[in-house]
Design a protein around this ligand. Structure first.
Ligand SMILES: Cc1cc2nc3c(=O)[nH]c(=O)nc-3n(C[C@H](O)[C@H](O)[C@H](O)COP(=O)(O)O)c2cc1C
Length: 348
C-alpha cells in the first residue's frame, strides 16, 4: 500500500478531506500563478507593447470599435476620437518597427478609416478634424475615388460594415453546415416583433449535442425576456452602449460543482465556450439574429448581475447572447477573418 493510501486509512475521513482541500488550494495557487505570469508577460497590455502580435491585437480591437460605430442604426457622425487616436498610434508603432504594411490587419486599419470617410461623405457630414489630421492619406485616397470605386470598395473591403438581410435568412434551416456557419454574423439591432420563445428553446435543445469534458454537460442557460432585467443587466455588462435592449437575452454559465479536480479549473470556460458557439449556430439555423456578449465585468458589476439575475455563486459566467428577429435590413461590422494558414501550424 502506498503512503497516501496508508494515511487515508489511518486518519479520520473528515480530516482526510480537509487535507485534500489544503493540497488543492496550494496546487491551484501555483497553477493560477503560472497563468497569471503568462498573461502578464505576453498579453497586449500597455506594459508589453512591441511584438507584432500585440500590435495586431490592439489594431483589431480599435478597428472593431470603429466598425461598431459605423454600423449603428442611429449613426453618430464624427464619433470615435479616442479610438482613432489609439489606432493611429499603434499604426505608427507598427511602421516604426518595420512590420509589413501589406499585413492584412494593417490594411484593415486603413480600410476602416476609408469606410468612415465614405460613410460621412455619403451622408454629407463633415469629416472630423482629428481624422483629417491623423489619416490624411486615407482621406485623400477616398476623395479621388469615383462613386463606382467607392461602392466596390465598400462591398469588397476587409473592414467597415456589411448589410445583413432578413430575406437571406429565411431558409437557414435548409443550408449545409459550411454555408450556415459562414453566413452567421453578430447582429445587434432587431425587428420590433416578439421572439418566439419556443424557437429559442429549440436552439437550446439543439445545443445539447455540444461536447464537454467527460460528458459533464455543466453549461446552464438563463433565458431572460423581461425588459426590466434585460436593460439592467446590459447596463451593467457595458458592451451594449448605443443599442436598444434586445427582446431576449440569454446568459450562459457553467456549474463548477460538476468538476472533480483542480486540473479542470479552466474547463468551465472551454465547455461553456463550446456551448456558446453551438447555441449561436443553432439560433442562426432557426433564423434568429444574435450577438454574443462578454461577461468580463469588474467584481462589483459581476456581483450586481448575479444578484439581479439570481445566478448562484457556484456558476461561472461565460457569455450573454442577445437574441431577436432579423430586421429587414441592418448593417453589421465586417469583422474580417484571417486566412486559416495564418493560425495553423503543422508538425509532421
Ligand atoms: C465571447 C464574446 C464576447 C463578445 N462581447 C461582445 C460585446 O460585449 N459587445 C459586442 O457588441 N459584441 C461582442 N462580441 C461579438 C464580437 O464582436 C463578434 O463576434 C466578432 O467581431 C466577430 O464578428 P461576427 O460575430 O459578426 O462574425 C463578443 C463575441 C464573443 C465571442
Amino acid at each position: 500500500m502506498g503512503v497516501k493510501q496508508r494515511i487515508k486509512t489511518i486518519v479520520p475521513h473528515r480530516v482526510w478531506r480537509v487535507l485534500q482541500g489544503c493540497k488543492a488550494n496550494m496546487t491551484l495557487a501555483s497553477y493560477y500563478a503560472g497563468q497569471r505570469k503568462r498573461f502578464l508577460r505576453f498579453c497586449a497590455g500597455q506594459w508589453n507593447v512591441g511584438q507584432s502580435e500585440q500590435l495586431r491585437g490592439t489594431m483589431v480591437y480599435y478597428i472593431h470599435r470603429i466598425e461598431k460605430g459605423l454600423s449603428h442604426r442611429r449613426f453618430r457622425a464624427g464619433f470615435g476620437r479616442s479610438a482613432f487616436g489609439e489606432l493611429r498610434s499603434v499604426m505608427d508603432e507598427w511602421r516604426e518597427r518595420d512590420y509589413p504594411v501589406d499585413d492584412v490587419t494593417y490594411i484593415a486599419a486603413r480600410q476602416v478609416v476609408r469606410a468612415y470617410v465614405r460613410k460621412h461623405r455619403a451622408l454629407e457630414k463633415p469629416i472630423p478634424e482629428f481624422v483629417g489630421v491623423w489619416f490624411a492619406d486615407e482621406v485623400a485616397s477616398v476623395d479621388i475615388e469615383s462613386v463606382e470605386q467607392a461602392e466596390k470598395a465598400d462591398v469588397a473591403g476587409n473592414a467597415g460594415v456589411k448589410t445583413v438581410r432578413a430575406a437571406d435568412k429565411r431558409d437557414n434551416a435548409s443550408l449545409d453546415y459550411a454555408a450556415l456557419f459562414a453566413g452567421r454574423s453578430s447582429v445587434r439591432e432587431y425587428a420590433e416583433t416578439p421572439v418566439d420563445m419556443g424557437t429559442v428553446r429549440k436552439a437550446v435543445s439543439m445545443s445539447m449535442k455540444t461536447p464537454s469534458v467527460c460528458n459533464r454537460q455543466a453549461y446552464r442557460v438563463l433565458l431572460i425576456s423581461n425588459p426590466k432585467f434585460i436593460e439592467q443587466a446590459l447596463a451593467l455588462q457595458g458592451g451594449w452602449r448605443g443599442y436598444d435592449a434586445p427582446p431576449v437575452l440569454a446568459l450562459i454559465s457553467v456549474d463548477v460543482r460538476s468538476f472533480v479536480s483542480v486540473e479542470e479549473r479552466n474547463e468551465p470556460y472551454i465547455d461553456g465556450g463550446l456551448f456558446a458557439m453551438a447555441f449561436l449556430t443553432a439560433l442562426e439555423c432557426e433564423s434568429l439574429a444574435a450577438c454574443p456578449l462578454n461577461t468580463m465585468m469588474r467584481e462589483k458589476q459581476e456581483h450586481e448581475i448575479r444578484k439581479l439575475l439570481g445566478v448562484p455563486d457556484y456558476e461561472t459566467l461565460i457569455a450573454f447572447v442577445a437574441i431577436g428577429n432579423f430586421p429587414e435590413s441592418i448593417e453589421s461590422p465586417v469583422s474580417f477573418r484571417y486566412d486559416a494558414s495564418v493560425i495553423t501550424r503543422e508538425l509532421n
